[in-house]
Design a protein around this ligand. Structure first.
Ligand SMILES: Nc1nc2c(c(=O)[nH]1)N[C@H]1C(S)=C(S)[C@@H](COP(=O)(O)OP(=O)(O)OC[C@H]3O[C@@H](n4cnc5c(N)ncnc54)[C@H](O)[C@@H]3O)O[C@H]1N2
Ligand code: MOO
Length: 421
């Protein structure tokens, strides 16, 4: 019969919070950031607060979609290779010009792409269907009615809603807003996130490494992850395991942070400074979450503005998975997103798996969608379960998520897969 300690270890610790409880506790305390009016390019990547309506038509005037000649249909109806029609060119209109003359019988105007068509225009003859002549032009092919004319308002008409509230401002949306004349726009701003890696053993890439030291991968990885989640991320590497330096660094950084993420120093070690320092403040709660990797977690608020802070474990894979499961949803919530989870699919697992009882396990994996686009894809675990295995993490495009009560999965069984990016 196992002793108490062994029994707890086997079944998971009853005092551990479930992943779901920890996440919902976090999201209850994270509010969308207050809307801000930003210049278009500063709004790029943010979510629109209000719907946007066009104040004018797009295009704003009838214009040519080809370099060529603006004509009346009756004048060119008989044009052909054998018997070209000859017209007098009465105007020459470049983009930005205003036409000076209306078209009369037997006349045409040379016109460039985007230039306003003169009054009386019924179609445009592309220059390739002519001898490009001036002051008369020979036309060898007749356009159809309205051909190569872009009508006023055929893209967007005045008053029309062009973007719904909640739309993410990507490059196409920036282009549209500029086209309708908007210079500034109200959005949920991108959260500013400070990523801080702690540990006296950490060395920045590019520096020589000594015995017992390791490179600081977490601060880079999480800064990139925060950017991928839409945040403006600031990286602070190399905070040593010194309580005073740590608290001073966090205080200094609060000025530019809507959210702080630390890694390392939260387990049970003698130098686990993050836990030691922040526990004393009483506003950050530390505990164990029933998951692997990512068991030791801390979350709370800090500083005069009650800035949310996540203290993630130092093992790189634990930090990565914790970010995915807890921090990313919080960042999306701050941006006003309705959906904060990664897309999840069911997939056939290529190998048999085991998992600790009482802990949700996140396994690095490669997901392959179904070849025909219908039905279930397959998923292959990559690497082992060790929380230090960054090599296999970098080959993964998904995480297999096994519920806490699942201890074994047969080869070919269906599993839940969280797709990364
Ligand atoms: N006695 C116990 N020991 C540990 C427990 C426990 O419950 N009891 N939990 C283990 C688990 S699970 C995890 S996860 C880790 C969490 O440790 P810490 O958050 O305290 O992190 P550190 O001790 O500072 O570092 C752990 C590991 O990760 C490396 N590390 C740290 N920062 C970085 C970085 N920025 N880039 C790359 N690698 C980093 C560090 O060198 C260590 O190897 O605790 C277990 N122990
Ligand atoms: O939970 Mo730790 O995050 O497994 O290595």
């Amino acid at each position: 019969m196992p002793g108490l300690v062994e029994a707890v270890r086997e079944r998971g610790d009853a005092r551990m919070k479930s992943v779901e409880d920890h996440l919902s506790g976090i999201l209850e305390r994270i509010a969308p950031l207050a809307p801000l009016e930003l210049q278009l390019l500063d709004a790029h990547g943010s979510l629109l607060v209000d719907e946007v309506a066009a104040t004018g038509d797009l295009p704003p005037f009838d214009n040519s979609s080809m370099d060529g000649y603006a004509v009346r249909l009756a004048d060119v109806a008989d044009a052909g290779e054998q018997y070209p029609v000859v017209l007098e060119v009465v105007d020459d209109i470049a983009a930005g010009d205003t036409p000076k003359v209306a078209l009369g019988s037997g006349t045409c105007a040379r016109i460039m792409t985007g230039a306003p068509v003169p009054e009386g225009t019924e179609a445009i003859v592309p220059v390739e269907w002519t001898d490009a002549g001036l002051p008369t032009v020979r036309i060898t092919k007749a356009p159809s009615s309205g051909q190569f004319i872009r009508r006023r308002g055929d893209d967007v008409s005045a008053g029309q809603t062009v973007l719904d509230a909640g739309t993410t401002i990507g490059s196409a949306q920036v282009g549209l807003l500029a086209a309708i004349g908007r210079e500034r726009i109200r959005v949920r701003p991108r959260p500013r996130v400070v990523i801080l890696s702690t540990g006296s053993e950490l060395i920045q890439p590019g520096r020589p490494i000594g015995p017992g030291q390791i490179r600081d991968s977490n601060s880079y990885m999480l800064t990139a992850a925060a950017r991928e989640a839409g945040a403006i991320a600031y990286r602070v590497g190399n905070v040593p395991d010194d309580p005073k330096v740590l608290i001073d660094t966090i205080e200094d950084q609060l000025i530019r942070a809507d959210l702080v993420v630390t890694t390392g120093g939260v387990s049970a070690g003698a130098y686990d400074v993050v836990k030691e320092v922040l526990s004393e403040l009483g506003t950050v709660e530390f505990g164990k979450v029933a998951m692997q990797p990512g068991m030791p977690q801390g979350f709370g608020v800090i500083g005069p503005d009650e800035t949310p802070i996540f203290t993630l474990p130092g093992n790189p894979v634990s930090a990565f998975v914790s970010f995915e499961v807890f921090v990313r949803p919080a960042l999306l919530r701050m941006q006003g997103a309705e959906v904060t989870e990664r897309p999840t699919v069911r997939a056939t697992c290529s190998t048999a798996l085991t998992s600790p009882d009482g802990k949700r396990q996140f396994l690095r994996a490669r997901y392959t969608p179904p070849a025909d686009g219908v039905g279930e894809g397959t998923v292959d675990p990559v690497g082992g379960i060790g929380s230090h295995l960054l090599g296999s993490l970098a080959r993964a495009n998904a995480l297999i998520s096994l519920p806490a009560e699942v201890t074994a999965v047969a080869e070919g069984a269906e599993v839940s897969v969280m797709l990364l990016g």
